[in-house]
Every structure is written in C-alpha cells, then in structure tokens.
Design a protein around this ligand. Sequence first.
Ligand code: IMP
Length: 171
Amino acid sequence: MLRPLLEADVIARRITELAVEIRRTYGDQPIVVCGVLKGGVPFMADLIRHLSGAVEIEFLGVSSYAGTETTGAVRITHDLKRDIAGQDVLLVEDIVDTGLTLDWLRRTLGARGPRSLRIATLLDKPERRRVEVVVDFVGFTIPDRFVVGFGLDLNERYRNLPYIAEVVEGP
Ligand code: IMP
C-alpha cells in the first residue's frame, strides 16, 4: 500500500527554492549538472528548469540497489559524456540513504579533477547513514521509511508517480 508523504505541489515549491539557493552558491559560474540515473531524473528535470544562467546537463548511471536492501556494490552503468576537469559539477541524486553510493561517487568523480563538486539530493534519510558524506543541498529530510515516486522505485515500479509515497504493509 502507498501512503502519500510529500505531495507534488510541496515538492515543486521546494525544488524552486533549491534552484535559487544553488544559483546563489555558484554565482555566475556555468554548472555541469550531472543527474544520477534513473532516480535523479525527475528531480533534475525540474531543478534545471528553475536554474538561471549557464547550465549543462550530463547523466551518470550507477547500480547500487536490489529490491529494498543496499548491496554496497556500486558500478558505473553509464558514464558522463564529457570531461569534468576544471568544471563546477553538481551531482543530482534522488535520495541519500546509507551514503555508500554517494561516498563512492564523490571519490570517483573527485578523482577526475573538477574545480568543485557539490551534491544535491531530493531526499535525505540520515538515520540509515553508514558513511559520513557531505550533502550540499537537501530537498527534504525524511525518517527511515522506504519511499517511492518522483523517480524512486521499488523493483523499477512507481518512478512515474508525481508525488512521494511511503510503502506500507497492507491490503
Ligand atoms: P545509499 O547508497 O544507501 O545511500 O543508497 C542510495 C540509493 O539507494 C538511491 O539512489 C536509491 O536508488 C536507493 N534507495 C535508498 N533508499 C530508497 C528508498 O526509500 N526508496 C527507493 N530507493 C531507495
């Protein structure tokens, strides 16, 4: 059963605020916005449309999850199509849970020599953190619940929901 947690209009308002905050942080600098596939796509799509100034988009595919449990194994399934050395890079994630994926991504992309590397996540579940990671822009901090919608899936389902819902036991 799905129990709505964050409605579409609440998410939209928060993303607009984040875009303003992000642009303020970067000043006039061009930003290479890297969306993490697949979950980060709806968030990224909304975010870039509210980001003023020079923005490029890139996608990075990683596989880290099977069902509802983290495997800890991260592997690149789709790499960036441009060199990020010397660039101001903003990595856009759907959710930070244990932090393992992000920690790995930070190290891996950091090794490519970007001028700066910041992270924006729509959701943050700090209770489950296993490694400390710095997240620069957070949409919503949520409790330790498994959520779907707005890019987030349960075995590839529900990514298309326009809101975020908690998966609860029930009929
Ligand atoms: P981490 O490495 O544990 O931080 O996991 C990050 C990834 O796990 C996210 O990018 C999601 O794909 C997935 N994930 C973590 N929590 C949830 C959830 O509540 N719903 C759906 N996917 C999740």
